[in-house]
Design a protein around this ligand. Structure first.
Ligand SMILES: C=C(O[C@H]1C=CC=C(C(=O)O)[C@@H]1O)C(=O)O
Length: 453
């Protein structure tokens, strides 16, 4: 698999023209050039073929929007949302539509070493941004003048960066045959049973109504994992889902196919949804229909779902006017599982920043639990590993618009280790064995690409 797309030829003329234009020193200045173009290669192939350490890719669940990025013109890692917004505010003063890609960790406590490269909050303005929307494909290049260089010097830096990028395009094998050296389940099945028992006790005692407990499989490769191959294989699965890929360094990436939108914000309109309640897909259409009917009539699954829907609706009522339930308790069919989904829309009361909207919803009871205030400390007590960016918001934003998926059906690749995550909502009627099987099903896309089944 390889894309032969070259960036420098597309921008050479404009860079030459701009470099002849001015000798002024302009500190903090962004040089951004946008180009509309046709692409014969898929954006993901272009992103994955380039061997630059930092890159990202995002595609919306409806497939109408894609955003890819190569390299980094400005990377902001921070402990809080204000630092992120302040760090990009000069950029958005120049053009408030410029998107940056990133996310933040599930909770605020320091994470474990494997997550260190991601930090608490991290967003990237890439060197090259490729964006596809219904209006067409636009490729933009960004160069931030941090060193008070003259315009001609900035142009030279940009030209050099694009030429180096073009030289980094490589072929990578489409076939994916990992050489697995070790597999570890954290927790293992007996530990999981004990976790669920303890969670059910906490629910019975009235401290919690619902808690979403997660587990992970750590699969160790004999050599290093190639995150590009993992996301390339995952993306080929027909799945009603967002695709996300955030590689922060060579061999270190958070990636996945998530069915769940945290929210989308566009021109003051907010769309969000509750996804919770699960059954496997059936082996035949008849069986599938039976499981769907079972899901929609199960008091346990409906309770699990309604905790989430009620929470989201209350959040929407705080943030928005004209809140509407766009659909109620419908079925979302995925490759291996089906869920109950309820969708909401509303008009934001004021011009909230995307990160404040993300913070208002995260963590929803689809990935945390209820009551929300206690859930992060509760999870730290119940789960035997740190979540890092699993189940946290991941996506893109500019000053006013954004879309964040919930980072589930996901994995962290770090060197030789691949950490695959899945969680399940525990309510008073949950059963440890059934929840274990459900999390197995939720990890099945990964099992399929590794031909583990
Ligand atoms: C927490 C996960 O799924 C959530 C989303 C949909 C259905 C869920 C459930 O039925 O338990 C979970 O709340 C996960 O996949 O890791």
């Amino acid at each position: 698999m390889k894309s032969d797309f070259l960036f420098y030829p597309l921008f050479r003329e404009e860079i030459d023209r701009l470099s002849r234009n001015s000798g002024r020193k302009e500190a903090g200045y962004l040089l951004r050039i946008e180009n509309r173009t046709e692409l014969s290669d898929p954006i993901l192939d272009i992103i994955l073929s380039c061997q630059i350490p930092e890159k990202f890719y995002y595609s919306a669940r409806d497939d109408l929007f894609e955003l890819g990025g190569l390299g980094s013109a400005l990377n902001i890692e921070a402990a809080g949302e204000d630092e992120i917004l302040n760090g990009f505010s000069w950029l958005w003063d120049a053009d408030e539509t410029i998107p940056v890609f990133g996310g933040f960790s599930f909770d605020e406590e320091p994470s474990s070493p494997e997550w260190e490269p991601f930090g608490r909050f991290r967003f990237t303005l890439p060197l090259v941004e490729i964006r596809r929307s219904p209006e067409g494909v636009r490729i933009s290049v960004n160069c931030v003048n941090k060193k008070e260089m003259s315009r001609a010097q900035v142009c030279r830096e940009l030209a050099d960066a694009l030429q180096s990028l073009d030289a980094l395009t490589r072929n990578f094998p489409k076939e994916f045959q990992p050489a697995v050296a070790d597999r570890q389940l954290i927790p293992d099945k007996p530990q999981w049973n004990r976790m669920i028992k303890k969670a059910l006790r906490t629910i019975r005692e009235g401290e919690l109504k619902k808690i979403v407990l997660a587990r992970k499989k750590v699969i160790t490769h004999r050599d290093l994992w190639n995150p590009a191959q993992i996301i390339a294989s995952l993306s080929r699965i027909q799945e009603n889902s967002f695709t996300f890929f955030y590689q922060v360094d060579d061999g270190i990436a958070f990636l996945g196919r998530s069915p769940e939108r945290l929210f989308r914000m566009q021109n003051g309109q907010i769309l969000t949804e509750a996804i919770a309640g699960t059954r496997p897909r059936g082996k035949t259409p008849f069986d599938d229909q039976r499981l769907e009917a079972e899901l929609l009539s199960s008091p346990k699954e409906l309770e699990e779902h309604r905790f989430v829907a009620g929470f989201i609706e209350a959040g929407m009522n705080r943030l928005c006017a004209d809140v509407r339930m766009e659909s109620r308790e419908e079925i979302l069919k995925l490759q291996n599982v089906q869920h109950i989904v309820t969708r909401f829309s509303g008009r934001a009361h004021s011009s909230f920043s995307p990160l404040s909207v993300a913070a208002a919803f995260h963590p929803t009871p689809a990935v945390g639990g209820l009551p929300q205030e206690e859930i992060r400390s509760c999870l730290r007590r119940h789960e035997p590993f740190r979540r890092g960016w699993y189940a946290a918001p991941i996506g893109w934003m500019n000053r006013r618009n954004a879309e964040f998926a919930v980072g589930i059906r996901s994995a962290l690749v770090n060197g030789k280790a691949l950490h695959i995550f899945a969680g399940a909502g525990i309510v008073s009627q949950s059963n440890a064995h059934a929840e274990w099987s459900e999390t197995e099903k939720k990890m099945d896309n990964f099992a399929a690409i590794m031909k583990e089944r």
